[in-house]
Design a protein around this ligand. Structure first.
Ligand code: SAH
Length: 383
């Protein structure tokens, strides 16, 4: 058990309602609460099972839980702390939820269907403090970490969109926020996703994406989980990475790669390097060669993400020809490469973009206003 699992975060609560979101409590905490009210311990497990496995969205519907306990639960807890502020459905089978937290802040998460896979992309923070220059999530900085319940609710709410009997197959932690800056709450939530009493997903089906915080990567490695790590590299040289990923100035490319190597050694899990391709900036053959040299000798995989344009930012997606050439050069250096497909264009599926548009439309200002309706819709990228 991770040491901080029981340190429940305090998401914002409204003055009129002091009830806590159920999934912010650990299993142990709920058991203690139930027992303190004179009920048997297994009732807590039953209640969590209703929400996590049986898709209950109210206590009332938990028909085999004693009525007295259901009433007590109703007084102390809410099943979900978030509410759905917007649900977008894209013709390519992508669902996007904009969830409003108790404090009114909004977060995004996405469900993508392909063949028989149901992959979700979830957020870990409101906003992001890393400041990558091309990304919509970090434009206004980070507001706060999400609680374990807020992270878990994204998973459960998206799963509840699936037809009965179908389950999620993959989770990618690539939504808003720097995942490893909220490691404790993220792991608390993922442990539920990956436990048999939870959603029963295999740890290897979960990918955690990070800007590359070396200390946190080692902390994650020491937790002895099997999560897949994706490191957002975006540039093969120190100078270019400093430009695109400003936190790199304090960290440095070498330290990021060393920490990723340590993760591989500790877990045996091959690390993926993400590389957003920006037209004319990091997509030239020389960049591909430098990337290949930098990663040479490592058992690494490179995931190229053709840029999803963000309204108001000056970056563009490379031409298909530039992407093809980039792939060839990196592959020529003996490194495995894939290019991500784009999904969810019609619904602003890329992290941070929907929230930005909705908020701009509400105030009638900003880059998401109807003035910019002609800008091609952004998209989330999936493997
Ligand atoms: N903070 C984590 C998770 C961020 S989102 C990280 O940095 O990895 C996951 C990936 O999407 C990151 O590689 C991020 O750089 C990338 N990304 C952000 N905005 C994008 C955009 N507009 N187009 C394509 N990829 C983008």
């Amino acid at each position: 058990m991770h040491p901080n699992h029981d340190a429940s975060p305090e998401p914002g609560t409204t003055s009129s309602d002091s009830r806590r979101p159920l999934l912010d409590a650990s299993a142990d905490e709920l058991r203690a609460w139930v027992e303190a009210r004179g009920h048997r311990a297994f009732r807590a497990r039953q209640v969590r099972e209703w929400v996590i496995q049986r898709r209950a969205e109210s206590f009332e519907g938990m028909t085999d839980v004693p009525l007295a306990l259901r009433r007590q639960l109703d007084e102390g807890w809410v099943v979900f702390g978030t509410k759905v502020a917007f649900h977008g459905v894209s013709p390519d089978g992508t669902d996007k939820l904009l969830l409003e937290c108790l404090d009114g802040r909004r977060i995004e998460c996405v469900l993508m269907a392909e063949d028989r896979r149901h992959t979700i992309c979830i957020s870990t923070q409101v906003g992001c403090g890393m400041g990558c220059v091309f990304c919509a999530s970090g434009l206004k900085g980070v507001e706060r970490n999400l609680s374990r319940g807020e992270i878990l609710e994204q998973v459960i709410r998206l799963r509840n969109l699936l037809p009965a009997g179908e389950s999620l197959t993959n989770v990618v932690v690539m939504g808003m926020g720097e995942s490893l800056a909220n490691l404790d709450n993220l792991i608390a939530a993922l442990d539920v996703v990956c436990s048999p009493e939870g959603l029963g997903m295999g740890q290897r089906r979960v990918t955690i994406s990070t800007v590359g915080l070396p200390g946190k990567i080692r902390e994650l490695a020491a937790l002895d989980r099997q999560y897949h790590l994706a490191v957002s590299l975006h540039a093969p040289t120190e100078a270019l990475r400093n430009e695109l990923v400003p936190v790199n100035e304090k960290i440095g490319l070498a330290a990021v790669l060393e920490a990723a190597d340590d993760y591989f050694r500790a877990t045996g899990r091959q690390v993926t390097y993400e590389y957003v391709l920006l037209h004319g900036i990091n997509d030239r053959p020389g960049d591909a060669e430098a990337l290949g040299s930098r990663l040479k000798g490592r058992k690494a995989h490179v995931n190229l993400i053709p840029y999803n344009p963000v309204a108001g930012l000056p970056y563009e997606r490379p031409t298909p020809e530039a992407i093809r050439r980039f792939v060839e050069v990196v592959r020529g250096r003996g490194i495995s490469v894939t290019v991500r497909k784009t999904k969810g264009r019609a619904i602003d599926a890329a992290c941070g973009q929907l929230r930005r548009r909705v908020e701009a439309e509400a105030t009638g200002t900003g880059p998401g206003s109807p003035l910019l309706a002609d800008v091609p819709g952004p998209a989330i990228a999936v493997e």
